[in-house]
Design a binder for this molecule. Sequence first.
Ligand code: GLU
Length: 510
Amino acid sequence: MRLRFAPSPTGALHIGGVRTALYNYLLAKKHGGTFILRIEDTDQNRYVPGAEEYIKEALNWCGLNPTEGPGIGGDHGPYRQSERKDLYKKYADQLLAEGKAYIAFDTPEDLEAMRERMKAANIFPQQYNSRSRMDMKNSLTLPKEEVDARIAAGEKYTLRLKIPADETVVIQDKIRGEVRFNTNELDDKVIMKGDGMPTYHLANIVDDHLMEITHVIRGEEWLPSTAHHVLMYRFFGWEDTMPAFAHLPLILKPNGKGKLSKRDGAKLGIPVFPLSWEDPKPEDSFKGFREFGFDPKAVINFLAFLGWNPGTEQEIFNIEELSEAFSLERIAKAGARFDFDKSKWFNQQYIIATPDEELADKIAPLLEARGYQKDKAYLTTFAGLMKERVVFLTDFPEEGYYFFESPVTFDEKTIRKRYKLENKGKFLDLVALLKGEVSFDASSLENFVKEFIEKNGLKFGEVFPIIRIAISGTTKGPSLFEMMNLLGKDEVIRRLEYALPVFEEKLVSQ
Ligand code: GLU
């Protein structure tokens, strides 16, 4: 099996494109096939510098590395269509010679006039097709001498496919099932432009054929063109080796209303691209999943489920497991809602599943950047205590800063509610006792504090939150005693001695 991902370098690769690449990759891997990258850059007007590099970097970050492609090599190269220009001409000439394509000289004004004429006559669709072509300036209507003379005079022309009238083209789509097209609704697509460059349609079919592609998995927006593609396979006599088609469902906005767009990212403050993109126009720049702090494995897992499911309860899959479980049959027809919270959930699951030691290595540079330095053992315990409470690696220094410096703010509301002035003496006693021979391992500490509370007729709810806030500033966080154990006796006592009078002031100042 040979599958290709064939993006056009017209800008950054959005997340829908990455999903297309992923599904091609998974099916290729599942069957021991080949995953190919082909750059479809025949439309010079839409070419965006840096886009090809972006695509490659994004695939690489996601771990979707092609076995054939530009800069990688392979027996079916070159893999950049702009480098295959001469090759397409031969095939265009063949269609022309066999009367399956024709030369057209029409100007934009001619085309506009044609649409107006059809509109006035109430003819739908208003396009260059079997109904209108005989009223146009082309090699079907002009005498051969005139066609030759125009070409000799250097006049620009296009080649158009001659779509037969009154036929039904039937496609067996792997996801949608049977799809039928009436050829009267298809236009005579341009296959070669005035500049001698092929259009997407010609280049795509010729390349899929020459590159021996067996399966085409692509976005739903290409379904209408597939009828033209099937006709071209027929025109070339390549029907026997025509690839199987699978058109993927749309990715919908988080609210489920309409297609997820490039602008939704900026509007909703969520990533809809794998990597950030710096654009000369600032409004076209955006932050990617990578820069949001996502683990590419989590992004892949999330994307796999955008339109596909394994039919079981299992949600966490690595890429090998995905390729084993994957099948076109389990891809949904309906659009898939892009749920950013779900992508965060996946990231969280990947962090939780990462061994503490490994996490420690990953977060060490983020902590160092903030001037926090602790040994590996400390970071490992810290990682273990915090990992259930974060979504991104960057949350570790953010949410757990108090493991590296004294808290900078205290949860005043809770202090007002829970700290009773009459307990002041008891708190001082507790601090004095903690200074003594108390073991700071978490469970001894817990027993010790609980006993103290009971002996002194206090309530858990008026002691635990106060100690916790004194140490971390907040009531949220990992186990209090694990936290005290990691911070160590001296630090805990220092923080309590600093905080308790501050709490008192806050109450007195009320
Ligand atoms: N170049 C097309 C794109 O940008 C490829 C579509 C296809 O896979 O045939 O999506």
